[in-house]
Design a protein. Sequence first.
Length: 229
Amino acid sequence: MKCAIMQPHYFPWSGYFNLMSKVETYVFLDDVQFSKNSWQSRNQIIINDQKKWIMIPLKKSPLKTNIKDKLIDYSKKWQSKIFKTIIQNYKNYPFIKDLEELMVFSSNIKLLNLSDYNIEILKFLSFKLNIKVEFIKSSDLNVKKERTQKVVEILEKVKATEYLSPIGAKEYLHKDGFDEITKIKLLFNDYKCKSYNQKDSKNFVPSLSIIDLIANLGWTSTSHHVKFE
């Protein structure tokens, strides 16, 4: 059984879903430390031909707070603001109706926890993109180890035989001796963002949120796009 492990990101890029589409089990790594200004709470879209951030406001917490314990600050009324920003920006795009479906769904989520909020969106996106995979939260596995040791124990608990990792983790996995501490086969997903027709953009802007893909391509073509080798 092939498995991938990733933190639950906020409206992530196409590579996130490419990784998800290649495994049978996908573990949301929600019991690791929250990183400020990371993909866990923000992402980028195009506004007026420039990259702009969309961000979830969060309540202050101790530095070592895990993602699963990080709380969203709903006093900011951020959901309606993000909804209006995105819909206004993409209103003339070919698949605005598909994008509206996603934004209505995400705007109706009222979960307090950041990771749970992101996971709900990611599950919805996987369904719409026809990605069939079993989802597990690492916090449900009660693994106390760190770094590569944590990854290995998670894989063993879900009975994985192969671990598909993003290429960016290659150096630290080898440095930590992944192959020496487990017989689970280590594979790397070296995904490169492929260009697509971005309406009104002078030059292609890579690695944007899945939001931009859906607005330009719609559910069906986005599904094909993210699964492409």
